[in-house]
Design a protein around this ligand. Structure first.
Ligand code: 5GP
Ligand code: MG
Length: 181
């Protein structure tokens, strides 16, 4: 349980399922409180955020809607800085209180692009809820109102996050072992 191999790489455990569950419960309570009476629209960034979003949204106890966008900027283990939007949002954002749900903010380029595009539709508000942030990698100033965990700038997998398509199905979060890149 403490180490896993995904394709050719070795990873060690960073956060257990229990630790993740505990943090998500806290985030859900906070969001439900902050958005009481507001009818928020969650916009889930696929693919990586799918497990985080599912676990979080199940615990949101106020009326809300859920939409999905799919993007990618990562190539294998390095951010390319170029964001490709694979499918765009159909729901109207204008006047809505939007909460973007992301798996991880690394350079911040992806979240920057997403927000730029959303602002054009004039939502009432936009906040970011991200499972993970790598503060030392940030190239853009992104303010995330809701953050699961801050982590070092190493590559992580599990809990929805992949390495070359694999490893998303692990219920814990794993970090690349030293001397492995
Ligand atoms: P950014 O544009 O902030 O550099 O990168 C954001 C995206 O890159 C994330 O949404 C995620 O899909 C991917 N990413 C960044 N760091 C990692 C990581 O450590 N592991 C995995 N699996 N994906 C990452
Ligand atoms: Mg992502």
């Amino acid at each position: 349980m403490s180490d896993i191999k995904v394709k050719d790489k070795d990873f060690e455990i960073l956060f257990s399922k229990e630790k993740i569950d505990e943090r998500i419960a806290q985030l859900a309570i906070q969001i439900s409180k902050d958005y009481k009476g507001k009818d928020p629209l969650f916009v889930v960034v696929l693919n990586g955020a799918f497990i985080f979003a599912a676990d979080l949204i199940k615990q949101i106890n106020i009326p809300c809607e859920i939409a999905f966008i799919r993007l990618s900027s990562y190539h294998s283990m390095k951010s390319t800085g170029k964001v490709t939007q694979i499918f765009s949002i159909q729901e109207k954002l204008s006047g809505r209180d939007v909460i973007i749900i992301e798996d991880i903010i690394d350079t911040g380029n992806t979240m920057h692009e997403v927000q730029l595009e959303m602002v054009e539709q004039k939502p009432a508000s936009i906040n970011v809820c991200t499972f993970l942030v790598k503060p030392k990698s940030m190239e853009r100033e992104i303010t995330s109102k809701y953050i699961g965990f801050e982590i070092p700038s190493q590559f992580v997998v599990g809990y929805g996050l992949d390495y070359e398509g694999y490893g998303r199905n692990s219920e814990a979060l794993y970090i690349l072992k030293e001397g492995n890149n």
